[in-house]
Design a protein around this ligand. Structure first.
Ligand code: PMT
Length: 220
C-alpha cells in the first residue's frame, strides 16, 4: 500500500446523536458527542478518501476537506444517509440513532398540568440495515455496537441481523465511550475477532480505517 490506500474511494460516516422531538421546545436524545465518528472522518480523509459525514447535533469542527450534512432526527439521518451511501465504497454507522421516537410531536408546548405524563413511542427505521439492503450496496457496511453487557455476543448478533461486513463493539455506560476522548474496540467480522486496546478515539479511528482499507482491497 502507498500512504493513501483509500485514494478516490467514497466513504460515508454517520456520527453523533439524534434528537427526537416531543414538542416545539423538547426532545429525547442520548450522550453521543460525535467524537468517534468525526475521528473516523479525519482518518479516512488522511488515507485519501472522499468523505461525507452525516452528523447529528454536536459541537465539533468539521475535519478539513470533509463534506458534512447536518441532521437532527433519525428520520432526517436516514434520508441523508441513504442518499449519500448508495454506491459508495465504505459506509460506517457510528451514530447513536434513537431506536424510538415519540409517536407524534405535539404542535404546542406540552403543559405541566397532569401529575403523570405518558409518551407513546414508535420504532425508528434501522438506518444501517436499510443501507446494507440497498440495491447499490456499499462494498463495505460497517456498524458500531454499544453494549452495557455481553458486548461480543450482542455485537455478533447485530453483525448478522443487520447484514454487516464488520462491527466495532464498544462497552458503554459507567463513563465509558460516550463523550470520552478514548475508547476500546473489538472488531468483529463473520470469521475474525480483533481486539484494539484502549487508546484515543483518533488512534483507534486510524487503526479501524487501515483495517477497512485492507478488507476493501481483499474484496476487489
Ligand atoms: O459519539 P461519541 O461520544 O464519540 O461516542 C461514540 C459511540 C459510543 C456513540 C460510538 O462508538 C458507538 O458505539 N456508536 C453506535 C451507537 C449505537 O447506537 O449502537 P447500537 O448498538 O444501538 O446500534 C448498532 C448499529 O446500528 C450502529 O451502527 C448504529 O449506528 C446503527 N443503528 C441503530 C439504530 C437505528 N435506528 N439505526 C441504525 O443505523
Amino acid at each position: 500500500f502507498g500512504p493513501q490506500p483509500l485514494l478516490g474511494r467514497q466513504v460515508v460516516i454517520t456520527a453523533g446523536p439524534t434528537r427526537e422531538p416531543l414538542d416545539p421546545v423538547r426532545y429525547l436524545s442520548n450522550h453521543s458527542s460525535g467524537k468517534m465518528g468525526f475521528a473516523l472522518a479525519e482518518a479516512a480523509k488522511a488515507l485519501g478518501a472522499e468523505v461525507t459525514l452525516v452528523s447529528g447535533p454536536v459541537s465539533l469542527a468539521t475535519p478539513a476537506g470533509v463534506s458534512r450534512l447536518d441532521v437532527e432526527s433519525a428520520l432526517q439521518m436516514r434520508d441523508a444517509a441513504l442518499g449519500a451511501a448508495a454506491g459508495c465504497d465504505i459506509f460506517i454507522g457510528c451514530a447513536a440513532v434513537a431506536d424510538y421516537r415519540p409517536a407524534s410531536s405535539q404542535p404546542q408546548k406540552i403543559k405541566k398540568s397532569q401529575d403523570k405524563l405518558t409518551v407513546e413511542m414508535v420504532k425508528n427505521p434501522d438506518i444501517i440495515s436499510e443501507v446494507a439492503a440497498l440495491a447499490a450496496r456499499p462494498r463495505l457496511v460497517v456498524g458500531f455496537a454499544a453494549e452495557t453487557q455481553d458486548v461480543e455476543h450482542y455485537a455478533r448478533d447485530k453483525l448478522q441481523r443487520k447484514g454487516l461486513d464488520l462491527i466495532a463493539a464498544n462497552a458503554v455506560g459507567d463513563g465509558l465511550a460516550f463523550g470520552q476522548d478514548d475508547n476500546q474496540l473489538t472488531l468483529i467480522t463473520p470469521d475474525r475477532q480483533l481486539p484494539l486496546p484502549r487508546a484515543s478515539k483518533r488512534d483507534l479511528a486510524r487503526q479501524l480505517m487501515a483495517e477497512l482499507a485492507t478488507l476493501l482491497s481483499e474484496k476487489a
